[in-house]
Design a protein around this ligand. Structure first.
Ligand SMILES: Nc1ncnc2c1ncn2[C@@H]1O[C@H](COP(=O)(O)OP(=O)(O)OP(=O)(O)O)[C@@H](O)[C@H]1O
Ligand SMILES: [Mg+2]
Length: 156
């Protein structure tokens, strides 16, 4: 599936609106792939309001969403070693009513939860405004809404 930014955002908002919790999503892809774009769209869809700064240095930000749900946005790019995860409360993550969105999940190595979706974003070529979206189910996570994505015809 290849999506424009607008389509990726639309899908993300649908995911945020309709997912069951707890939900753990690993957002993979190179620098600038669109992981934060997708994370923000999912959070918006879940009802998060206001700015969502990049968790690049804090590694984790937590936002209230609708109906007692919380969105946890993480960026593990600067994680030095998986042991640092415990200080972030990693063990508790995704056990309550949370949508956990983790950029650079590969940094967590073997500590990733067994039930999750991994979403891989890849630009077909440098500078492209499209992203190839690959979705992998690991274990038995809740249903991922809207995938394969069904979107209206592109607005020219
Ligand atoms: N189809 C697309 N989907 C998502 N983003 C796109 C698309 N086309 C272009 N872009 C642009 O690519 C950039 C993606 O930036 P973003 O911060 O989301 O990347 P990232 O994967 O989070 O990178 P990092 O690893 O640095 O956190 C944005 O500037 C966005 O406008
Ligand atoms: Mg990012």
């Amino acid at each position: 599936m290849t999506l424009t930014e607008r389509e990726l955002v639309r899908w993300g908002q649908l995911v945020g609106k309709e997912v069951d919790v707890p939900m753990f999503l690993g957002l993979r892809g190179q620098l600038g792939a669109g992981k934060s774009v997708l994370a923000r769209a999912i959070a918006r869809g879940a009802g998060v309001e206001g700015a969502m700064p990049s968790p690049t240095f804090n590694l984790l930000f937590r936002y209230p969403a609708g109906e007692g749900v919380e969105v946890v946005h993480m960026d593990l790019y600067r994680l030095r070693e998986p042991d640092e995860l415990w200080e972030l409360g990693w063990e508790e993550l995704g056990t309550g009513p949370e949508i956990v969105l983790v950029e650079w999940p590969e940094r967590a190595g073997e500590h990733l939860p067994g039930d999750r979706w991994d979403i891989h974003l890849v630009a077909p070529e440098p500078g492209s405004s499209l992203r190839i979206v690959q979705v992998h189910r690991v274990g038995s996570p809740p249903h991922l809404p809207g995938f394969p994505v069904r979107l209206e015809t592109r607005v020219p």
